[in-house]
Ligand binder design. Structure first.
Ligand SMILES: NC(=O)c1ccc[n+]([C@@H]2O[C@H](COP(=O)([O-])OP(=O)(O)OC[C@H]3O[C@@H](n4cnc5c(N)ncnc54)[C@H](OP(=O)(O)O)[C@@H]3O)[C@@H](O)[C@H]2O)c1
Length: 168
């Protein structure tokens, strides 16, 4: 008799665990659409400008459009002025109510004067969000001691200096 009760109890416990798990999965899928409200990023950021590095292609450009949709003014930073201008026009065509500025900077330039010029442009706006998207890696996998010096230097500079120096 006691063995029957033990098996029934274990079965009930297993069913409860499965039910709770299914409930949690359904909650995680449905809650964002049904109960939860999106965070007001502008309120949380406390300022109206967002800075995006590597802003003219791929992931960085995607961030620009998402932030523009949430009402942020955007300061775009990447190397090529023509791409910056084209991206600015694309954003303004879709979100004409925001302001967009551009700053051309090659983050492989680690000079103090280069950074000071960029920081001057950043300090002209009230920045609440920095999306430090710019980054690079070697063109192909290589044994560490065979990596070309210039490539290793650029990877180190581009991946470490912006998050350290582009402070808000
Ligand atoms: N896509 C992926 O699957 C993936 C996966 C893991 C990590 N990531 C990382 O995510 C980031 C974005 O990737 P993505 O694929 O979106 O890149 P992407 O499409 O190649 O775009 C790179 C952007 O960065 C700018 N850029 C490149 N080198 C720069 C430099 N030295 N100084 C300033 N701007 C520079 C480019 O514009 P200009 O050419 O005008 O400068 C462009 O706007 C990168 O850091 C990448 O390493 C990407």
């Amino acid at each position: 008799m006691s063995v029957d009760w033990f098996i029934a109890g274990a079965g009930a416990l297993a069913l409860i665990i499965v039910a709770v798990r299914i409930f949690r999965i359904l909650y995680n899928i449905l809650a964002p659409y049904v109960f939860l409200k999106p965070i007001d990023l502008k309120k949380r950021a406390g300022a109206s400008w967002a800075v995006v590095t590597g802003a003219t292609d791929g992931i960085g450009k995607g961030y620009c459009f998402e932030l523009a949709a949430r009402g942020f003014n955007i300061l775009l930073v990447s190397r090529t002025q023509s791409k910056l201008d084209a991206t600015k026009q694309e954003i303004l065509a879709k979100y004409p109510h925001i302001n967009v500025r551009t700053a051309a900077y090659d983050f492989t330039d680690a000079s103090t004067s280069g950074y000071q010029n960029l920081l001057t442009q950043l300090n002209e706006v009230d920045v609440g969000i920095l999306v430090n998207n710019v980054g690079m890696f070697h063109g192909y996998p290589e044994i560490v001691h065979k990596i070309e010096f210039g490539s290793a230097r650029d990877v180190a500079v581009v991946n470490t200096l912006p998050p350290t120096l582009v402070r808000i």
